[in-house]
Design a binder for this molecule. Sequence first.
Ligand code: HEM
Length: 305
Amino acid sequence: HAEADAETLVNALNAVFGKHPGVRAAHTHGICVKGNFVPSTEAPSLTKAPHFNSKTPVGVIGRFSMGGGDPDAPNGQKDNVRGIAMHFDLGKGNNTDLLLISAPVFVAKDPDQFLKLLTAVATKDKDKIGAYFKENPNSTRQAEFLNARPVPASYGTVDYWGVHAFTFTNADGKKQNFKYKALPVGGEVGISDDEAKKKDPDFYRPELKDRLAKGPVQYTLTAILGEDGDPLDDPTALWPEDKRKSVNLGTISITDFEDPKTCDEAIFDPTNVVDGVEGPANDTIFPMRSQAYAVSFSRRQAPQQ
Ligand code: HEM
């Protein structure tokens, strides 16, 4: 039976995607970027967190990525998530992180389920994989979501979600459960499956270069406000976001490429939050991510033979 800890999860990712020294065990194929964040005028009503109350633009180091541990994961892959991870510069060497993917849900509700999924996939046995998904229908939601939408034309033309439920606290001590969602300012743009198949596996890089030459790649960061009964502990559970109020938190602007070393010497950790923002208390995936990212980080930093 599954005994998921950070080491076994990283080993299981390696078993699925291969062991690639010196790089991330997941979201391996990526691009380091930089920019800034300007909070909206409404953000302070929800949270006292400094980056949502800043009077000046907050520096951002970011990393776009493809999900999974394949260093060459093709940018045209439909049933894979795109990611954006960010450090927000809080000054004096402090920062807080935000990690988003291009789907509202993850593929497992807890670490044991994720280990079972990875273990099944690693067998490459169609019957075992089929049996896993039959027994774990919540694990199919992410691929269903992605397959129902076109392949994003760019890292800059797709919606991103924080997936977990977070809680804001404002200056009056008022709490509000919410989920992060970032929407590209120019709207979502996709390409056909045929176009995607013809694309270079790394086409998002030159696409981003052309896009940045014309101006910043911008997203409106929003908070989808939770209501009573919305699950706070299951990253495979969808909230009915069409029926939920959403608040503009501000604008993320990606302005340029950043030296890849800046991202590779760093770790983007979803649990690195700041006063005014809390992660979910009973979502067991959330704290496991921090541990698994630390394992992946220490392995990719280790000297190579
Ligand atoms: C227990 C569940 C999970 C495990 C074991 C896991 C594993 C990993 C690992 C090993 C990395 C590379 C970390 C590094 O070397 O710095 C990573 C990166 C990432 N993960 Fe997860 N992950 C999990 C859940 C999630 C969820 C729910 C999301 C949804 C937002 C997510 C989004 C990302 C993103 C965007 C990155 C790229 C970060 C970067 O660019 O440095 N992961 N994950």
